[in-house]
Design a binder for this molecule. Structure first.
Ligand SMILES: NC(=O)c1ccc[n+]([C@@H]2O[C@H](COP(=O)([O-])OP(=O)(O)OC[C@H]3O[C@@H](n4cnc5c(N)ncnc54)[C@H](OP(=O)(O)O)[C@@H]3O)[C@@H](O)[C@H]2O)c1
Length: 286
């Protein structure tokens, strides 16, 4: 039964992870989804039988649940209520936001539950499977599930870490900050540049090399050493003039101040000897 699993929920994430595992030598026992159409599509993508989960599953085949967060309770109920071999079966989902115990009915019926979250964007099965080769997986759950999920992550990319149940929400906030909020900050930067009269198509390109070099520097030097700019230099007047320029756009001003206060924390670590000037800056940013 080892290196086998079944997929319930043939969407972008489920198919991407299943395809990546298949490419790494794992067998997909069968797949199922809410709709017949997705079930058949999944069966074609994965070259596996379209089956009825859990009714068609023998004991011991793990179930990967690839449904969205809002459908996990329904999937949990369906599996727990219909699986004659639920005791001891490993059932895991792919959500980064919710802990494995969301599969509570399966857990109470004796399943070993887990979660396997790829820190990666999976826009479609092929791109997703390709992206997963470099992805880190966050793993959480019961010991038996964690042991299997570690083998899966090792087969796909070799990169993983184990999370505690309590750490799951903070982990998800970290991922949202690194990915979605970064997009929002870049969009804010683009909007500000457009307000100067630079055309939209130009403003998109303008910051590309700056952003790429900054991100590269962050990963090679770490946040403290990578920090440069007016806050790091302690330019109190300049920050005051930035806030003045944003006076008519309170949302942009508030965002600037909130992020700048975080920047100041890093600046203090980089230059403890500049405490006095940084205290002045802090007052400007209050
Ligand atoms: N996509 C990503 O980039 C990504 C990355 C990491 C983790 N994830 C996680 O993966 C999970 C799935 O996300 P996704 O992007 O793959 O979503 P998705 O593309 O919308 O696919 C979800 C699948 O779940 C099925 N489904 C929806 N509601 C259902 C229900 N009530 N009962 C049974 N099946 C249902 C759908 O099946 P039918 O088509 O048959 O209706 C659909 O194929 C989420 O927890 C998400 O956070 C996603």
């Amino acid at each position: 039964m080892s290196r086998q699993f079944a997929l319930y929920g043939c969407g972008k994430a489920g198919l991407s992870v299943a395809l990546a595992l298949k490419a790494a030598g794992w067998k997909v026992f069968g797949c199922d989804s809410r709709t017949e159409k997705s079930r058949e599509l999944g069966s074609q993508w994965l070259a596996c039988p379209a089956i009825n989960i859990p009714a068609d599953l023998p004991p011991g085949i793990p179930i990967m649940v690839g449904v969205p967060e809002g459908a996990l309770a329904e999937a949990d109920y369906r599996i727990a209520d219909n699986d004659r071999h639920i005791a001891g079966r490993i059932v895991f989902h792919l959500s980064g936001a919710l802990p494995s115990r969301t599969l509570n009915l399966c857990r109470l019926s004796g399943a070993k539950v887990g979660s396997l979250h790829p820190l990666m964007i999976l826009p479609d099965p092929l791109t997703g499977a390709r992206n997963l080769k470099t992805a880190t997986f966050a793993i959480e759950g019961r010991e038996e599930a964690v042991s299997l999920l570690k083998k899966m992550a090792a087969a796909v990319s070799g990169k993983m870490f184990i999370l505690s149940v309590r750490g799951k929400t903070l982990y998800h906030i970290a991922a949202v900050t690194a990915s979605n909020h970064l997009i929002s900050l870049l969009a804010e930067s683009e909007n500000l540049l457009m307000r100067t009269g630079v055309p939209e198509e130009e403003s998109l390109k303008a910051f590309q090399s700056l952003v790429e070099a900054t991100v590269k520097n962050f990963f090679s030097e770490g946040p403290v050493q990578a920090l440069t700019g007016p806050i790091e230099r302690g330019e109190v007047q300049m920050i005051g003039s930035h806030l003045h320029a944003l006076a008519k756009t309170p949302a942009s001003r508030d965002l600037y101040k909130a992020v700048a206060r975080k920047t100041l924390v890093l600046a203090r670590k980089k230059h403890p000897e500049r405490a006095e000037i940084y205290d002045e800056l802090e007052k400007v940013l209050e």
